[in-house]
Design a binder for this molecule. Structure first.
Ligand SMILES: Cc1cc2nc3c(=O)[nH]c(=O)nc-3n(C[C@H](O)[C@H](O)[C@H](O)COP(=O)(O)OP(=O)(O)OC[C@H]3O[C@@H](n4cnc5c(N)ncnc54)[C@H](O)[C@@H]3O)c2cc1C
Length: 442
């Protein structure tokens, strides 16, 4: 059978190559870094499980759950409905996201007052709207929510629910999940994120990175430290890929190429496509972030999983999470592993800071919200993501749809990657599997 090359060993490329391998197709996966996983990469350090990219799955992640089952690692999956806090005027207001818990502990809900009385009265409007839109907000099929593509989350929320709900509910959730600002995110994606988040969160007992490891283990021809510089097309047909540059340039022949990189990288290596198509890819927008992980000798948040810090509170982070409250084995007993992220304009500024400067700023902000946070953590790990989460900015769903249609005119070329859906691990896996299925049908 024909030869397939998959470019990029993130969630989408791994899912594509794994699907092809299971079907017995001759396939090579080429990954630029010395590790696979891309934005679901994870490591274990001194007994702490570090999810360097994606932090959790949502219960509505059909393709993720499906591939986990196919990999035979469903015993790894743990679901949780966490207690979450929202910071307002220096006070953290905690709410439990499990409806059953709130029915059995009604007084807990009364303590949750991040909004004024007027805001509390308007809050249910958001819930009613999400319920009405629930069938349209689908990470695997963004076209269903096309009417919400051209409007930003900010504009939609301000108009529909008012300023307070925007600043103390919508912005904190959307920024915590995208590391961007709601102005940069379409209403389709912003509302989708809030709806998905309401259903509960999940992780793998060995960390999110275990999903990447499990797929990679099943791919026999995975080449790391191999950067693709060009996907070669002639007469609207794939010929193969070039790796390396100058005298070290090599050509690998292929009948099918699946490109599982970010949109911006795809725009560069797909220079043989017409400009209007690479232009759409180059315009895919991402947040950037500095991700800081602190191993600490205590659990200052108790059983609370995360705290969102609205931008009006003036912090460089949209919030922080305690990952041993996702699953206890993420940290040795009695200790914690706290994750913080920069967001929006702060990320652009902090990306060039040195590690000590970043650590100092993050500890200072954490101690403003959690005074018991230690001055000296057990260790601190800093990871920079120049392209963190796809923002699905206003107009992107329409543009990507045009691109998908035009792509049909190129034989043997298939796109994968989270930006084809509503950016997430779910969309990455969904579109990776879908690209492989297209190869199998060809
Ligand atoms: C900090 C952070 C937190 C997140 N939190 C969540 C979350 O909680 N839940 C969620 O669902 N999503 C989350 N996301 C988003 C999610 O991780 C991504 O949307 C998804 O993993 C993207 O997968 P992908 O395969 O499309 O792209 P990537 O993971 O970016 O994979 C692309 C791969 O291509 C490789 N590559 C690039 N150029 C080349 C080249 N020229 N040749 C060969 N290889 C190349 C890259 O090294 C990379 O491995 C988060 C992301 C980040 C960064």
């Amino acid at each position: 059978m024909a030869k397939t090359v998959v470019v990029g060993g993130g969630a989408s490329g791994l899912a594509a190559a794994y699907t092809l391998e299971r079907a017995g197709v001759d396939c090579t996966l080429l990954e630029k870094e010395e590790y696979s996983g891309g934005r679901i990469y994870g490591v274990v350090r001194e007994g702490y499980t570090l999810d360097l990219g994606a932090q959790f799955f949502f219960t509505r992640y059909r393709s993720v759950i499906d591939i986990i089952k196919r990999l035979g690692i469903e015993d790894q999956l743990v679901w949780f409905k966490p207690s979450l806090g929202i910071l307002r005027d220096g006070t953290v207001h905690v709410v439990h996201t499990d409806v059953l818990y709130n029915i059995t502990h009604p007084t807990a809900l009364f303590k949750f007052r991040p909004l004024s009385s007027r805001g509390m009265r308007r809050g249910p409007k958001l819930g009613v709207k999400l319920l009405a839109l629930r069938k349209k907000l689908d990470f695997d099929d963004p076209l269903k929510a096309i009417e919400l593509d051209n409007i930003s989350t900010t504009e939609y929320a301000r108009r529909s629910f008012g300023d307070e709900i925007l600043e103390y509910i919508v912005q904190p959730v959307v920024s915590a999940l995208t590391l961007g600002e709601p102005e940069e995110v379409s209403a389709a994606y912003g509302l989708g994120l809030i709806l998905y988040a309401m259903g509960g969160l999940g992780t793998l007992k060995n960390g999110i990175g275990f999903l990447a490891e499990s797929m990679a283990k099943n791919i026999s021809d995975l080449k790391l430290k191999t950067e693709v510089t060009r996907i070669v097309l002639e007469d609207k047909e794939v010929k193969g890929v070039e790796i390396g540059t100058g005298k070290k340039k090599e050509f690998i022949e292929a009948d099918n190429v699946i490109c599982g990189t970010t949109g911006t990288v795809a725009a560069k290596i797909l220079g043989d496509l017409p400009k209007k198509m690479t232009g759409i890819l180059a315009d895919i927008r991402y947040s950037s972030c500095v991700h800081v992980m602190f191993a600490i000798p205590s659990k200052p948040l108790g059983s609370v999983y995360g705290v969102a810090t609205p931008r009006r509170e003036g912090l460089c982070m949209p919030g922080f999470v305690e990952n041993s409250n996702k699953f206890s084995a993420y940290a040795p007993p009695g200790t914690g592993i706290m994750h913080t992220f920069s967001f929006g304009e702060f990320s652009r500024e902090m990306m060039d800071w040195d590690e000590d400067q970043i650590k100092e700023r993050m500890i200072h902000e954490l101690q403003m919200v959690v005074p018991q946070f230690p001055d000296e953590p057990t260790f601190c790990e800093v990871f920079r993501w120049p392209e963190a989460v796809g923002l699905c900015s206003p107009g992107q769903i329409t543009a990507v749809q045009r691109l998908k249609v035009d792509m049909g005119g190129f034989k043997g070329l298939h796109l994968a990657g989270a930006y084809l859906g509503m950016p997430s691990v779910e969309a990455a896996i969904h579109y990776g599997v879908q690209a492989a299925e297209r190869v199998l049908k060809s």
